[in-house]
Design a protein around this ligand. Structure first.
Ligand code: CA
Length: 548
């Protein structure tokens, strides 16, 4: 029989279309890999941009073009409903949902420059919430200069950034990073010209603008004690380390406030460790080990492990799971990515980091649905997670999948790669293999294991096709991919519909997006398919809600 209905049918589920062609009657567009997928709407693309950024580009699109594309979507959203854009930025940024805050700061700068009056004032009002540190403020200032001049609005917003802060926090921000990335507090204060609200602010502003020590006449306050302690350290950077440590402890200084020569001493680091913010702690573990503060069985190792075990504190400090994963990989390896020395990792700390990764996500109630977690491990997934050194999308997606696996007892893992159950399309072999990884394994081991899988063509339909063939009962397919699918005789959405029809299971498909491109294999017309942004700290929660 010549099966004409293979090519022509008005009922979507009867259709079978190769991924190199669009599904007839659908709104599919060409993706970057020579296949067809759905174009993401601007608001979904805004979400992807806020969480994934564009640093490093994707396998198919260079950083420059990807950034221009994403900014285009942000601009269209601003034109459509600017205040909604600002609300979304605030939600993602203050919720600690993205590995980096820069995309949120950039989008906020766009809103402050390109929006209508209501949007611009909403964006400026949101500045202190999104730009929470001096570094954030400097980045925002850099970005906003691309879209507007300073004007009264920016001057007032920046002035308020300084004057609305509690005294000690103001001193802390001014002293922690006096300048970064081409901007300094001195520049910002001179341009914004904030009117100090009290003597303490006046003294701190004067010290910053004069780039000198604190004046004599200044009043007593913990904020000024902080500045005085920094002045004493800088007056004598070769002082007795024990004396420096006492100053650090009493004034609760951070590493950035201490002159470099003093950072050679373990006693100084011990003092710094006491009040070290969690994000700094996660980044400083290697140094703390190298200088000898963190040693097997030490008090410091015990207290660090205890701090990393506090999920509530991790989430409050907005420690992103992907940052923990990145820190775990580097720390457990025992040497820096760019040859920044070596150390012997302390097992207790490694284990604590491993547990902290799961704790950094909000706890998710198990749905007890049957889930297939399918990882795209093709070559295009080898690009780095935006801006994170040494962590590829496919490695990080394995870690994301482990979080769902840790809460869902009825899960199993597959990867589409070479070998296994094969489909051959235009001479390229794609396959689906069961993957033996488990949340009981240490994360960096899983990541290494997934990192060494052989590449294959990308056929995102294979999870559904193989599940149908092999009579695997699945309620939810979770596919971690960049949606650059092309190597298959049937589209994933068609394979899912066929799976539903043949098994009678109303199965769903969650697509976890690993690239800030504009494509998805989830059919927007089908309520049983959902596109979720990968590396969103809320992704496991969103997947569970969708499964229910
Ligand atoms: Ca691919």
């Amino acid at each position: 029989m010549m099966d004409f209905t293979r090519y022509v049918a008005t009922r979507l589920r009867a259709l079978v279309t190769p991924q190199s062609e669009p599904i007839p009657g659908s709104a599919q567009v060409p993706n970057s890999a020579g296949g067809f997928a759905w174009a993401l709407d601007n608001w979904s693309r805004l979400d992807r941009f806020l969480v994934l950024g564009t640093e490093g580009g994707t396998y198919y699109v260079r950083e420059r073009e990807l950034t221009v594309q994403n900014a285009g979507s942000v601009a269209e959203c601003i034109a459509e409903d600017g205040p909604r854009v600002v609300r979304r930025i605030v939600e993602v940024s203050t919720g600690g949902r993205a590995p980096k805050n820069d995309p949120a700061l950039f989008a906020l700068a766009m809103a402050a420059g390109l929006g209508d009056e209501a949007t611009r004032s909403a964006a400026l009002a949101a500045l202190p919430g999104v730009a929470r540190t001096g570094t954030h403020l400097f980045h925002w200032l850099r970005y906003v200069g691309a879209f507007r001049g300073w004007g009264r609005g920016v001057r007032r917003a920046v002035a308020a950034w300084y004057t609305a802060r509690p005294e000690r926090d103001l001193a802390y921000q001014l002293l922690k990073y006096p300048q970064r990335d081409g901007w300094s507090h001195r520049d910002a204060l001179r341009l914004a010209h904030p009117r100090p609200r009290n003597e303490v602010q006046r003294a701190l502003f004067a010290r910053t603008v004069a780039r000198g020590p604190l004046g004599e006449a200044a009043a007593d306050s913990p904020a000024l004690d902080l500045a005085r302690a920094v002045d004493v350290l800088y007056a004598d950077p070769e002082m007795d380390p024990a004396r420096a440590a006492a100053l650090v402890r009493d004034a609760r200084l951070t590493r950035e406030m201490v002159p470099t020569p003093l950072l050679r001493h373990a006693v100084v680091w011990e003092a710094l460790l006491q009040e070290m913010p969690l994000t700094a702690l996660v980044r400083s573990l290697a140094t703390l080990t190298r200088v000898g503060v963190l040693a097997p069985g030490s008090d410091a190792a015990r207290s660090v492990a205890a701090r990393l075990a506090d999920g509530e504190a991790l989430r409050r400090a907005r420690v992103h799971p992907v940052q923990v994963l990145s820190a775990l990989r580097t720390y457990a390896a025992g040497h820096g990515v760019r040859g920044r020395g070596s150390w012997t990792p302390v097992a207790q700390v490694v284990d604590a980091l491993d547990a902290a990764f799961y704790l950094a996500f909000r706890a998710v109630e198990p749905t007890r649905k049957r889930m297939m977690l399918a990882l795209d491990v093709s070559a295009s997934m080898m690009t780095n997670v935006s801006g994170l050194e040494g962590l590829s999308c496919r490695e990080a997606s394995a870690a994301m999948a482990l979080v769902t696996a840790a809460t869902e007892p009825r899960h199993f893992f597959t990867a589409f790669t070479e070998g296994g159950y094969r489909s051959v399309h235009h001479g390229v072999t794609s396959g689906l293999v069961p993957l033996s990884i488990s949340p009981r394994q240490r994360l960096d081991d899983v990541v290494r294991q997934v990192g060494t899988l052989p590449f294959g063509g990308t056929d995102c339909a294979l999870p559904m096709i193989e599940a149908e063939k092999r009579r695997w009962a699945v309620d939810l397919f979770v596919v971690y991919t960049d949606s650059e699918t092309w190597a298959g005789d049937v589209h994933p959405a068609q394979a899912l519909r066929r799976y539903r029809e043949r098994t009678g299971i109303p199965a769903k498909l969650a697509v976890v997006a690993m690239a800030s491109n504009g494509f998805t294999i989830a059919d927007p017309e089908d309520a049983g398919m959902l596109d979720v942004v990968g590396f969103d700290a809320s992704a496991p929660q969103l997947i569970a809600d969708f499964a229910r």
